[in-house]
Write a protein that binds this ligand. Sequence first.
Ligand code: NAD
Length: 245
Amino acid sequence: MNVDVNLGSRSYRIVVASGAIATIGTRLRELSVGTRTALVSDAAVARLYGKTVTSSLESAGFSVVPIEVPEGEGAKTLAVAQHCWNELIAAGLDRTSTVLALGGGAVGDVAGFAAATYMRGINFVQIPTTVLAQVDASIGGKTAIDHPLAKNMIGAFHQPRLVLVDPAVARTLPEPFASNTYSVYALVSLRTRITGNSLRLPARATARSAVRASRPTAEPGDAARPLVMGLESSAVRSSWVDVIS
Ligand SMILES: NC(=O)c1ccc[n+]([C@@H]2O[C@H](COP(=O)([O-])OP(=O)(O)OC[C@H]3O[C@@H](n4cnc5c(N)ncnc54)[C@H](O)[C@@H]3O)[C@@H](O)[C@H]2O)c1
């Protein structure tokens, strides 16, 4: 399934397909970007999927500089952003180069912020690996790091050139990243942020209750809070994988 986000010169495509991460090289080549790339990931995700993504990029003629960032919220600091900038400079990435984020929302946020600010903005590609990141954080161009006084306070809007969603990678997600609230929030977001269609819950997802819940990772100034239903997490997670695969 492809979803085209029409934003004039900043338009981009969201590709949703099982096994998509192995196709990143050819898809990036279609964008006619330069051959230098940096792959930002954390150790856990890099261990699982880094080789597949790197091989695909290298087979398509790209050089790949791996940049490791801490797992989770610890990635979203000025020091980690600076580490990314250091690596980009050392590897000689220029305005035609591409930063790829391989990971959850935290990796996407810091990698996107680095891409938005390096040389006033270079190409950015999201390869989200959590359900939350696949249907929310990777879409819309919001990038940020945290300030010691507040979360997501320092950032920029920087649209990706491509979002590559491979639902199959959700199979390796640990709890709580596939927990009730996250997973159902993700499904609600899928409706509101990608398709615009009404949400049809997969048959295997069993509703337990309907509760109004705060978004687990609320953005400052984000007033909208989705109606989140409590569902069996494993059912939702595997449904997400099954429905899209
Ligand atoms: N920019 C936006 O629009 C936006 C929107 C919502 C949330 N966010 C941000 O997203 C962050 C939360 O993101 P998150 O919930 O994706 O979690 P996360 O990025 O904080 O961490 C996910 C954890 O799961 C691991 N992981 C990721 N994918 C995996 C996989 N496929 N298999 C096994 N392990 C895997 C990672 O190593 C990490 O430890 C917050 O910082 C939030 O502010 C941003």
